[in-house]
Design a protein around this ligand. Structure first.
Ligand SMILES: *Cc1c(COP(=O)(O)O)cnc(C)c1O
Length: 299
């Protein structure tokens, strides 16, 4: 049972970088990546209430969707195994053997991999697609791609309780990498105080993220949370694309702090943070809490 598995509370780790300190900026990392060795980062928060609900409703299997490198499916595979649930992963595109590390991890955790063509994947929310999956796998608790449903937002909202600014901070900023932005929306529903939340889109042309966040907030009955913004200029070429500058920043940061990042999400957040700092975006006396959303489990 999942209730018996130990998850640690994430720590707020001070990062001492002379470069930031010279600008009067203090940085802390919220280490969601350390909550569990296999179910890591923001994914655990988005999944926990979904898995509890699946149990509650008597389901023995959970099913969700993602690409061949989906951290969401990696986390779901491990979390389902820990909670004694069968799991099915609907994968966009073909399964190429040997499997990449993410898919190999999913399979090793016992997830049944169900590849579908890209065109079928686009139809995954159609009732007929869902009915076909139920016919093949039996009753399954269906979790949307990325875990961005009401229960996923509810879990993400819990992240806010670990965001604590020093009393001496002149201005507070929260930064995190965004894919679907469900994690950010959850945080916005519950964050107290006057912090400004900056979500770094890892996708190119992420025009839908801000409207999607607004819609989620309305659905949660939250119209006026703290100030927030999606930063759209740090995708470095698009999803899973990287530039030499991004890799350089990632290595410099890891060497300085000892904190490992990956290039798809967390490195882009750190890249944006340093770029803004260099531009003088953060006033002297600012405190930034950067959320380490994980992503290092099956690389
Ligand atoms: C999935 C993921 C994100 C994006 O989370 P969203 O809720 O989809 O915005 C950010 N960082 C890492 C490491 C992830 O795996």
């Amino acid at each position: 049972m999942l209730a018996d598995v130990h998850f640690s509370d994430p720590i707020l780790q001070k990062v001492q970088d002379p470069l930031l300190e010279a600008k009067g900026i203090s940085l802390k990392m919220l280490r969601l990546d350390l909550v569990h060795p296999l179910v890591s980062g923001n994914k655990w928060f988005k999944l926990k209430h979904n898995l509890a609900e699946a149990h509650e409703q008597g389901y023995q299997a959970v099913l969700s969707y993602g690409g061949a490198y989906s951290n969401h499916l990696v986390a779901l595979a491990a979390a389902a195994k820990l909670s004694g649930l069968r799991s099915i992963g609907v994968i966009r595109g073909e399964l190429v053997e040997p499997l990449n590390p993410a898919l190999a991890f999913m399979r090793a955790q016992g997830m049944e991999l169900h590849p579908v063509s890209r065109s079928d994947y686009r139809l995954k929310e159609e009732a007929s697609s869902k009915a076909a999956l139920q016919a093949q796998y039996g009753p399954v608790f269906d979790i949307p791609e990325g875990g961005g449903n009401r229960l996923g937002l509810l879990g993400s909202a819990e992240i806010s309780s670990f965001i604590k600014f020093s009393r001496s901070a002149v201005a507070g900023y929260v930064m995190l990498a965004c894919g679907t932005a469900a994690t950010m929306a959850g945080i916005l529903t519950s964050l107290q105080g006057a912090a400004r939340v900056l979500g770094v889109s890892v996708l190119k042309g992420a025009d839908t993220l801000s409207p999607q966040i607004r819609q989620w907030l309305v659905e949660q009955g939250q119209n006026a949370p703290c100030a927030w913004e999606i930063l759209r200029d740090y995708h470095c070429g698009g999803y899973a694309k990287a530039t030499p500058q991004l890799r350089q920043r990632m290595h410099t940061f890891t060497q300085m702090s000892g904190i490992a990042l990956e290039p798809v999400y967390t490195a882009k957040m750190i890249y944006a943070l340093y770029d803004l700092a260099e531009q003088g975006y953060f006033p002297k006396g600012s405190e930034i809490i950067a959320i380490h959303t994980g992503g290092l489990v099956a690389m």
